[in-house]
Design a protein around this ligand. Structure first.
Ligand code: PRF
Ligand code: ZN
Length: 374
């Protein structure tokens, strides 16, 4: 059987939003979907049972870069693959390492066949390119493998963005050669092109011409104004191949997700809900709240009245503030449970709106309230 099959169950006829279903070796993913980030073979502070039973995450993300350096892809393979190693039975998508290496800044050197860099853990020299990334993701055994790309920095001149995009397009072809269509793992190509719509369209054309199982949009949410990010998604939306899942990488806030869905995006990942949880930032339909604020000192209410997560069912803002101030480890755990539940449930609400044919109303109501305009 093919590694990935994708069907569209409902569409918003006034725009690009769609409700879909992806079948992968480790299970079904209902889209639009948010994928919690599990960089180091763990979604920080949570167990797989938390993720399945309380959050109902259908797919999580892992990272080539971190796992190749520690504990190493050979060890993960020896332990039966990433699923068995971390006791996660549902689908996994692994990022290729391109973005994480790019984030190293001065520590890296880009060459024809990949990137030479120093490990942030022990300083040893490592090389990662399309071939190496495909081999590592094979050993990890993820359901969805990402092509090895270069995330174009922001800002970049037209010439810089074009050279970077061309390099990513060449690497995309090499990734498909190393992991051919029809394999047991699905491979997604990544559109780059900086903030230049003409480069973005050229890149999409190149990616669409290769037989990838899914199309990702990279190089967004890298410091550009929100309006520019939305502009890039607007430019691409009419040209994304309809029959394949669309994934925008490393995005974003709850309102970014709703705006992304409106532009035809099916999949999202972001460290924001999990990372911000550990810093005391909690997401609600009325925007973010900061649990360390004195105003929560004796607040008996949960984070969000309508939330059904374990945290909101049992604990007050007052207690959560106390845990945060006392630097208790339960603080990270309860806050992460809420934020990831909130993100995954928001996608569930979006899917329901799409099924029921009231996407535009849901979108407008959500955005108004979230932005404090309601
Ligand atoms: N490329 C890859 N992973 C990514 C990105 C990218 O451009 C981004 C950009 N937001 C996040 N994660 N491979
Ligand atoms: Zn909650």
């Amino acid at each position: 059987m093919a590694a990935l099959s994708f069907e569209i169950l409902a569409k918003d006829e006034s725009g690009y939003a769609r409700r879909g279903r992806m079948q992968l070796p480790h299970g079904i993913v209902e889209t639009p979907v948010f994928m919690p980030v599990g960089t180091q073979a763990t979604v920080k502070s949570l167990t797989p049972a938390d993720l399945t039973d309380d959050i109902n995450a259908s797919i999580i993300l892992g990272n080539t870069y971190h796992l190749m350096l520690r504990p190493g892809a050979d060890l993960v393979e020896k332990m039966g693959g990433l699923h068995q190693f971390m006791a996660w039975e549902r689908p996994i998508l692994t990022d290729s390492g391109g973005f994480q290496v790019w984030s190293l800044g001065e520590l890296r050197k880009i060459e024809q066949h990949g990137v030479r860099f120093r490990s942030h853990i022990d300083g040893r020299e490592v090389f990662l390119g399309p071939k190496e990334s495909m081999e590592i993701q094979r050993k990890l055994g993820s359901d969805i493998v990402m092509a090895f790309d270069e995330c174009t920095p922001y800002p970049a001149t037209l010439e810089e963005a074009e050279a970077s995009m061309q390099l990513s397009m060449r690497w995309a072809g090499e990734c498909r050669e190393h992991l051919p269509a029809g394999d047991t793992q699905a491979l997604f190509g990544i559109v780059q092109g900086g903030m230049y719509p003409e480069l973005r369209l050229q890149s999409l054309e190149a990616i669409a011409a290769i037989d990838f199982e899914g199309i990702a949009i990279g190089g967004l949410s890298v410091g550009e104004p929100k309006q520019e990010m939305m502009g890039m998604m607007d430019a691409l939306a009419p040209h994304l191949p309809e029959d394949k899942p669309h994934y925008v990488m490393g995005v974003g806030t709850p309102d970014d997700l709703i705006e992304g869905i409106d532009r035809g995006i099916d999949m999202f990942d972001c460290v924001m809900p999990s990372r911000n949880a550990r810093n005391g930032t909690l997401f609600t339909d009325d925007g973010k709240i900061n649990i360390k604020n004195l105003k929560h000192f004796d607040d008996e209410r949960p984070i969000m009245e309508s939330c059904n997560c374990y945290t909101c069912k049992h604990f007050s803002r007052s207690y959560l503030r106390h845990l945060y101030m006392a630097k208790e480890i339960l603080s990270s755990r309860l806050n992460t449970l809420h934020n990831l539940h909130y993100y995954c449930d928001l996608m569930h609400r979006a899917r329901t709106a799409l099924e029921e044919g009231n996407w535009p109303q849901f979108r407008d109501q959500f955005l108004q309230r979230y932005r404090g305009e309601a």
